[in-house]
Design a protein around this ligand. Structure first.
Ligand SMILES: *Cc1c(COP(=O)(O)O)cnc(C)c1O
Length: 504
């Protein structure tokens, strides 16, 4: 198996090259040249083994230039060394009959990004050994809140690697910010930007694909890579948990082998739900993919109309990790659904760049409607959902998960579809204590200025939900990274952080 670029099908690289490079030179995203299949017998076999072994089995279908030993080392180090607080790694929690939450936040930073970012540094290490020619890998990250911390934690003190994270200064939760600015490690740096996630992501992509900057880095023995979901090494480990969840549904007698399930995903950059799409393409019996958005509902509108239009106001919501108007990974879906037409993708992406919008062909729009359903909800409905779910089922969920639950219930009311369902739970509620407290009616004005740790304590007293240890232990850590820059100065910030001076 080789990997092509979505914007130039003649580009052919190995898995290691795709992972080490992160993004193709002309700005396209790497995709496998064929999707491997997963048979009913294989699903049965995977049902009997633990998460890390399921991961190794699935990864080996895609990483053809890795040895089995390398893959097993990666999955073992990521999932079997106590980094996840759940033995199952990605456990299912039955909310009510037929509806299960897939909890993806038991990793060290308490959001689903750990599922991939605990393994990506190991995949990167082997990839770089084969392809990077001894260069130091510079991981550039744009984050809407959770990727940044998860990438910092995954890559801290990794050999031959440095990591720089840009986050929207006013667009992340107080806990997300605390997690990033207190990051430990000798190869890490963090910088806030005066802008939103899209500004950060656009800036990072521009730096990646700027030939002059690449030369400058090369002459200093460095090369860029990405830990965002534009990197195939981020997406691939995310396919695993959908297959794993399906196996767990079988082994807990919630479904019979072969029975279809629906999957609901709170969506921002379209990475998580795209992994579910790939799992479905492999043969996992997923009936419908349900895409849930917050008020920044560009994806909901796109799925329902075939028109992607980012020319709209950007809203800061209580689910900040989904505050995104340019969903990068949609490009991979469009490539797959357009019959791998790089010409079509170049046209669409050029329209997006020049006009801020694009319209897909009727066939592609129809195919999307067949596969996907989409819905959205605002902050008030998100809060109501948190409260209802807690009162009815005694389960405390975060704001992102609440968006997904709300959209699922809207879908079910309209469709009467009672297919067994997996709703993806993407973060622990204590990452968003103020919003969750507000939702439960426990954040009275006199406490709104209280510090983050008081809010966590208050939420715990109110609900009894356990505060994860990594969030408790941030208290008392020093703030190491207080820099803020304008989006236009990101390039300069990179050179300063790398101490290699500015290109003239
Ligand atoms: C990143 C994130 C999302 C969005 O995931 P995408 O892969 O960007 O669609 C949703 N919820 C949480 C908590 C996240 O951190």
């Amino acid at each position: 198996m080789m990997y092509n670029s979505t914007r130039d099908s003649s580009v052919r690289v190995t898995a290691s090259q795709a992972i080490a490079q992160g993004i193709s030179k002309e700005g396209g995203l790497f995709v496998p040249d064929a999707i491997p299949s997963l048979t009913a017998d294989e699903i049965k076999m995977l049902t009997g083994i633990r998460y890390s072994s399921r991961a190794a089995y699935i990864l080996s279908k895609y990483l053809k230039d890795f040895t089995c030993e390398e893959i097993e080392e990666c999955t073992r180090l990521a999932y079997d060394t106590g980094r996840f607080r759940s033995f199952a790694v990605a456990p299912l929690h039955e909310l009510y009959s037929g509806v299960n939450l897939l909890e993806l936040w038991h990793g060290p930073t308490c959001a689903f990004k750990d599922m991939a970012l605990q393994i990506l540094p190991h995949l990167m290490r082997f990839s770089a050994r084969r392809t990077a020619d001894g260069k130091t890998i510079i991981i550039l990250v744009a984050t809407s809140g959770d990727t940044g911390k998860a990438a910092l934690e995954g890559f801290r003190d990794a050999e031959n690697t440095r990591i720089l994270v840009f986050y929207p200064e006013e667009g992340v939760s107080p806990m997300q910010k605390l997690q990033m600015i207190t990051q430990e490690g000798n190869n890490v740096a963090v910088c806030g930007i005066r802008g939103n996630f899209d500004d950060a992501q656009t800036g990072v992509k521009a730096i990646f694909t700027h030939p002059g900057i690449a030369k400058r880095l090369e002459s200093n023995g460095m090369m860029f890579s990405s830990a965002n979901s534009i990197n195939w090494g981020r997406l691939l480990p995310q396919i695993v948990y959908y297959i794993s969840a399906y196996c767990d549904m079988i082994s807990s007698d919630k479904i019979n082998a072969g029975e279809p399930v629906n999957v609901v995903v709170p969506t921002g950059n379209f990475g998580n739900i795209l992994a579910a799409f790939y799992a479905r393409e492999m043969g996992l019996p997923i009936a419908r993919l349900i895409c849930a958005s917050n008020r920044n509902r560009v994806l909901t509108d796109f799925i329902n109309t075939g028109v992607y239009d980012k020319n709209r106001s950007f809203h800061t919501t209580t689910s900040p990790s989904m505050d995104i108007l340019i969903s990068s990974n949609l490009e991979r879906l469009l490539y797959a659904l357009s019959g791998r037409s790089d010409t079509e993708i170049r046209l669409l992406m050029n329209d997006l760049k020049t006009k801020g919008s694009y319209t897909v062909s009727d066939e592609t729009a129809a195919r999307i409607k067949e596969l996907f359903r989409a819905g959205w909800c605002g902050d008030q409905q998100t809060a109501d959902t948190i409260k209802n779910v807690f009162q009815k089922y005694g389960y405390l969920c975060d704001t992102h998960t609440a968006v997904a639950i709300n959209v699922y219930e809207q879908y079910r009311d309209i469709s009467r579809d009672d297919t067994p369902t997996i709703i993806v739970s993407t973060a622990n509620p204590y990452k968003f204590s103020a919003s969750v407290l507000d939702a439960l009616g426990g954040n009275h004005a006199d406490h709104s200025n209280g510090d983050e740790f008081e809010k966590m304590d208050k939420l715990q007293r109110l609900t009894g939900a356990v505060i994860p240890e990594p969030l408790v232990s941030i208290k008392g850590k020093d703030s190491r990274f207080m820099d803020i820059c304008n989006p236009a100065d990101m390039e300069q910030a990179v050179f300063e952080m790398l101490h290699i001076g500015r290109d003239r």
